[in-house]
Ligand binder design. Structure first.
Ligand code: NAD
Length: 269
């Protein structure tokens, strides 16, 4: 895609699922990639190897660079460190993908303050703080930049038993729009994607259970879950110069999940 070759990208939570697919796709498109991971350096190395294999044929070959950075996006000092390290190693930062996310299932009336805060501090506060550091860098260097927030269909569809997750993704919509408006004239584009049900480790519970999978698919107009690669393709588009006039938008990639599937057939009056 246009304008991605040679760009430097930082992807949070990139050692698995959608984040991993984004790292691989951006490397294939010619980006240098900083792979943030929270716990497992082995998983992060796996992302790195797959990305470099796909991009170059072998690890660290064709001038493409990659970096592994441990860090917890709920900790401000870790965020400062991960953005600074990326800039130090690559020289600058062009693309930030706020992908790290967690969810906790619990009836709303039983959610503890600690659990609520934890989900918000990873999914929303972490995304904001990463964006803030990226924007500071762009402004200090007088450089354009791209921020992409990985939201969810639950940005607009309420999700009972996951109130903290729903609230975090609802907030992300406003984060995307507010930052997009505030920095549009400074050459910083901010967009989001809202995946529908996607086959990744976060959904282990139903992905590995044929009966539960069938229920999930029955709610999706396209009758299948999405893949992490399908999410990554849209991120690559939004990060590229092909999307140079798009800002403040969230692209729903959901097989029609947000089309009110219950209206597929006419209701009796
Ligand atoms: P996943 O569990 O594979 O990925 C989440 C990643 O975030 C993991 O690599 C995890 O280590 C990382 N992470 C968690 N807490 C972190 C922290 N404090 N600091 C840094 N990294 C942290 O699941 P996924 O499906 O790939 O999720 C990626 C994003 O996509 C999330 O934001 C999620 O909400 C969103 N999403 C997923 C789906 C889906 O159906 N899979 C649907 C909508 C939105």
């Amino acid at each position: 895609m246009k304008g991605l070759a040679g760009k430097n990208a930082l992807i949070t939570g990139a050692s698995s699922g959608i984040g991993q697919a984004i790292a691989i796709r951006l490397a294939q498109e010619g980006c240098n990639i900083a792979i943030n991971y929270r716990k497992s350096v082995e998983e992060a190395r796996d992302t790195q190897e797959q990305a470099m294999q796909k991009a170059c044929g072998q690890v660290e070959d064709c001038g493409r660079r990659s970096l592994l950075i441990q860090g917890d996006v709920s900790r401000e000092e870790d965020i400062l460190n991960m953005v600074n390290q990326t800039i130090e190693q690559f020289g600058n930062l062009d693309i930030l993908v706020n992908n790290a996310g967690i969810q906790k299932e619990c009836p709303a009336h039983e959610v503890t303050a600690k659990d609520f805060d934890q989900v918000l501090s990873v999914n929303l506060r972490g995304a904001f703080l990463c964006a803030r550091e990226m924007i500071k860098h762009c402004l200090n260097q007088n450089r354009p930049g791209v921020i992409i927030n990985i939201s969810s269909v639950h940005e607009v569809i309420p999700r009972p038993f996951y109130v903290s997750y729903s609230v975090s993704k609802g907030g992300m919509e406003n984060l995307t729009k507010t930052l997009a408006l505030e920095y549009a004239a400074r050459g910083i584009r901010v967009n989001g994607i809202a995946p529908g049900a996607t086959i990744t480790p976060i959904n282990r519970d139903w992905v590995e259970d044929p009966e539960k999978s069938a229920v999930v698919k029955s709610h999706i107009p396209m009758a299948r879950a999405g893949t992490a690669e399908e999410m990554a393709a849209s991120v690559a588009f939004l990060a590229s110069d092909d999307a140079s006039y798009i800002t403040g938008q969230t692209l729903f990639i959901d097989g029609g999940l947000t089309l009110y599937a219950d209206f597929r057939e006419a209701w009796s009056a």
